[in-house]
Write a protein that binds this ligand. Sequence first.
Ligand SMILES: Nc1ncnc2c1ncn2[C@@H]1O[C@H](COP(=O)(O)OP(=O)(O)OP(=O)(O)O)[C@@H](O)[C@H]1O
Length: 339
Amino acid sequence: MAELRLERLSKVFGGQTVVRELTLTLPQGAFTALLGPSGCGKTTTLRILAGLEQLSAGRLLLGERLLADTRTHVPPEQRDMAMVFQSYALWPHMTVAENVGYPLKLRKVQGAARQKQVMAALEVVELGAYAARSPQELSGGQRQRVALARCLVSEPQIVLLDEPLANLDRHLRATMEQTFREFHRRTGATFVYVTHDQAEAMALASHIAVMHQGELKQWGAPQALYQHPHNAWVARFIGKGSVLSLATPAGVRQLDSALLHEGFGVGERQQVLIRPEHVQVADNGLRAEVEGCVYQGERYMLDLRLHDGQTLSAFHHSPLPLQQTVSVRLTQGWRLEAA
Ligand SMILES: Nc1ncnc2c1ncn2[C@@H]1O[C@H](COP(=O)(O)OP(=O)(O)OP(=O)(O)O)[C@@H](O)[C@H]1O
């Protein structure tokens, strides 16, 4: 077992650079999400890790073992990795058990030994009773669990998952997230999980790599990305929040209420992130007009326009009439780096 190192990985397709100098070290046993909007190069990166795509520049190492550079290309089956796709990729003419046992068949594991490993993998995903069925007789979530069992049976060091929940409805996604968490805990394998859904990445991953236009924008724990995004792009992509232009003292990133309120005065302006949970409707403070109020179940989301014309989102426990003038206090803010 070892860490997976991506060193200045690049991929060019017909003159277009779709992954640019990506450098990342994925710790052994970590659950890493590659997160970014459609077309940012997540799937291409995953396919380079799997060996399904040649890289154009850079190196890929597993511990000290070189898996790929511009001259070396260890074939996928010798990388000790397994991949789970959005489309499940199950064989329709094989039973569930045969699908799960297929990687073992390729490795010439025979008879009772194969049977035992297949059943153990199916038990992990709670599909032991479905071994003799055909994949067509299963729901989407069950099919994805079969794909997971097939991945588990080969005991890979690294599990690569490409938007595995994208085809499932919301309710099932939540259940499957739990299955993935459990699966990760049991196997201890290094997981790399591609998604464009930031809530899914936050819920599952121990580390998130945020990608945009082929480049790594930020890498860190979900909490760190949420609380301390480097720039406005990451701040807007992860969670909700408003980016205000405020005068802030040099060198201070974490801004308290007093500094934030002074920020509306004169001085050089910087971008400051304010999360909606850090805005309180109060008896006194900044004057704002309510421009929107949307019910979200457990609370309301307010769209406010501040006296200087900037807009701000806030959570509130009860609805407020549109156009009402209120006072708000900003309790916490984070100064962003210029793009
Ligand atoms: N085989 C290919 N030939 C040419 N261009 C490609 C190829 N594969 C991907 N691309 C391009 O590379 C870019 C990145 O694609 P990729 O599938 O990695 O993005 P993604 O972030 O996974 O997007 P999505 O979330 O939509 O799957 C896109 O502009 C895509 O059109």
